[in-house]
Write a protein that binds this ligand. Structure first.
Ligand SMILES: C[S@@+](CC[C@H](N)C(=O)[O-])C[C@H]1O[C@@H](n2cnc3c(N)ncnc32)[C@H](O)[C@@H]1O
Length: 126
């Protein structure tokens, strides 16, 4: 990837703000709308699926992956930004966090019971 590549730019930009973003989502005001939506999603997944994991796609520093796990839904995270993934792994070394892109997700099959992509689908322009 080059710096003119939209993915490379996105990765670079989120790497730069990873610590600030982590501080904001963990210590800022609770996002009641997001919590409500993700609670509904997690409840549905729990009711419909008896195995598998939720893939948190574009997981950032992993706070929603952590939240899903505490809610009782197995979850793993993938993100483009190594800086974000470092933070996620630091908080929850027991969960799986991988560097990767939504444009080429690994093995989304029957082992995945749902995908949470919260604020991570970014339309790219040429
Ligand atoms: C605004 S943050 C949202 C993080 C988290 N999902 C949340 O709800 O707070 C967007 C995240 O999406 C990631 N991201 C953006 N484009 C991506 C892509 N193509 N593949 C994987 N992650 C991507 C960024 O690295 C960043 O961590």
């Amino acid at each position: 990837m080059t710096e003119t590549d939209p993915l490379a730019r996105t990765r670079r930009d989120y790497d730069r703000v990873a610590d600030i973003y982590d501080d904001m989502v963990r210590h800022g005001r609770e996002d009641a709308l997001a919590t409500g939506m993700i609670t509904a999603f997690a409840t549905l997944v729990s009711a419909e699926c008896d195995s598998g994991v939720v893939l948190n796609a574009g997981c950032g520093p992993g706070h929603w992956t952590d939240w899903l796990d505490r809610f009782g839904v197995s979850a793993s995270g993938v993100d483009l930004s190594p800086g974000m993934i470092d933070i996620a792994r630091r908080y929850r070394p027991d969960l799986s966090f991988e560097i990767g892109s939504l444009l080429g997700l690994p093995a989304v099959d029957a082992t995945v019971q749902g995908v949470l992509a919260h604020f991570s689908v970014i339309p790219y322009t040429a």
